[in-house]
Every structure is written in C-alpha cells, then in structure tokens.
Design a protein around this ligand. Sequence first.
Ligand code: SF4
Ligand code: SF4
Length: 365
Amino acid sequence: MKKEIVSVVKCNSYKPREIKKALKQSFKNLEFDFKQGLKILIKPNILMPAKPSAHITTNPTLLKELCKILKNYNSKIIIAESSAYNTDKAFKVSGIEKACRNYAKILNLEKTKKVQIEIPNKLKKLMLPKILFDVDLIINVAKLKTHSLTKLTCCVKNQYGFIIGESKSSFHKIFTKLKDFSDLLLDINEKIKPELNIIDGVIGLEGNGPGTSGSPIKTGIIISSKDPIAADIVAAKTIGFKENQIPFLKRAKKRNLFNKEIEIIGEKNFKKNYKKPDTFSNSLTRAFLNLLGKPKINFDYEKCIKCGLCAKKCPTKAINLNPFPECNHKKCIGCLCCAEVCPVAAPYLKDSLLRRFIKKITGFS
Ligand code: SF4
Ligand code: SF4
C-alpha cells in the first residue's frame, strides 16, 4: 500500500522564530521543495472578523512567517478568503492584512471573477473563484478546531471557504443531511487540490466551535501533509476523535478517496484531548437521547447584541428579529450557521424538559 506522509511538529508559541523553525521542519519532513517564481495562493481560515486572541482564525504570525519563507523562492503570493460575512473586515480584525500585506496580495474572493465547474452531486454546477485555476500552487492553512456540525474543521472543511457569498449558507438547505453535506465538502476537495496543507494547532479551539462558542486550547503543534484528508485524519486522532467519528472522513473512506497508509514523521504519539461539541454523539446514551428529540436552537438574550447576523445567514429564514432573535423550530434544519456567525456566542442548543430530566437521573452530560 502507498504511504502518505503527515508531519507533526511541536511549536509551543506564536513567536516568529519558533514558527519559522516549525514550518521549515514541517517542509523537511514532507520533503516539500518549493520551486522558484511560482504564483502561490494561500487559503487561511478567516471564518469571521475575530481577533487573533480568539483563536478562531489562522494565526497572522504563522501566515507572515510562511510568506517570508516563500519570498526566498521569489514567489508571488496571494492570501485569499471568502469569510462567512464581511471578508474585508475579517482580514483586518484577524490581523492577517497588517501582518502579511508587505509580502502578499490580500484578496477578498467575493470581489473576483468566478468560473463554473461541473460537480458530481445534485448541484451539478458550482461557481468557484477563477483565481484558483490560474495559480501554480495552493497552500491550505487551516486552524485546528472542533465544529458543532462537521465535528472537526481543518483542511477539508477549510476549502468550503472557496464557496462565494450566500451560497455558503444556502447549500445547507439543499444538503440537509450531514452525509450529503460531507459529500459536498469532498466534491469541492476533489476539484481543488492544494499541494500543501498546514494545520495551525499551536492554539486550537475546542467545544462548540468553529466560532465564538468554542474555547481556545493550547496544543503546541503544527500538522501538515500534501493530502488534506491525511492531515485531517491525523488531526482528528490527535484531539481524541476516532476517524469514523468525523462524518466527512467516514464518507472519504466509503468513497475510496483516501486509501493510503499514513506515516507520521515527527511527534508520532502526540495527543491532546479536546472537549467535543455538544452535538457529538459517541455513546448509546446520546443516541437514545436523540431519539427523544434533538436539542433546539435558542438564544441567550443576556449576550445578544441584536446585530441580526444570525437571521441574515439562516438558510431557511427560521429566525425572526423581534427585536431579539426567535427561532421557528419547525423551519430550523439544525445547520448551526447562526451559531457559526454570531459575534458573541448567543445561540445555543437547548434540551427539552424530558432530555434534561433523563440527563439528570443518569448523570450524563
Ligand atoms: S436557526 Fe440556526 S440552526 Fe436553524 S436553520 Fe437557521 S441557522 Fe440553521
Ligand atoms: S444571536 Fe448573535 S448573531 Fe443573532 S442577533 Fe444576537 S448577537 Fe447577532
């Protein structure tokens, strides 16, 4: 069986010297040689306008050090993103524009030309930024985070950021089953294949990620691979998931999209258990509880600032602003886009009375 190398390198802080050393070691482990003069597109995770201290977005120092390494090869660098909302602001607030603008062109993908590609699912066609097909190399620089819907968001999910504008949330309405949404992620990954995939796991995000409901967790690693699925398999195991507990990795295996043996170079036994999202089902008790009805979206009005973003991004228009948000649970499909975009972590999943009672008597949390 063919082998895919995944590099796992310790990196205990975002100090430039430490990041530079860890990145160089990662490229050495992967035997990745940059050619001179390439046009390179870097895709970070800039989910939303969030400060670096929230650890929701790829760290700006890591991106800056990567750009500095690439500049030694006379690379023409573009850092491109389409955030869940307000990409221009997200580039600024995340600190990425300031850190990287002297080395790279900062590109809001919402404002670029699109091309139509064929895709093997019910969409049949998908609009993607043209620039993806004009560059010599794509580098995917994801963040190590748990995710309330997909359970993990690293390299495979990061490419969903290539979907432009409203489609990002509206596809949840078309692909309501997690299995189908996982297939959509994999279809996109089949069309766009970054040659280098890096996961910023120096400080990750655990719990109800990928946005403000998650909690930063010091982890101290950088994971990388030439294959995004291989990188994500190692990332999932590193933070305490089994491969088949991540729906898109399970689908990737079923679709035979990754059938190589993984060889880890570097920290072979590194583990850091992350708190799992409340939506994670890993036991019979949880499966039984789900039979009683899944938890429903509610809003913490103490936290809510009435910005209206959740209502704007809800693909089924299940949220009314009155002036606080209220969810029409009959319309809700549980995509959690509202929680993903909320700047103050106000949306949360609330158990029914019966679920709360059973949890109380079984001690299950
Ligand atoms: S209310 Fe939230 S979870 Fe429900 S469909 Fe709208 S965005 Fe998705
Ligand atoms: S719940 Fe969050 S996104 Fe929705 S209105 Fe309140 S603050 Fe804004």
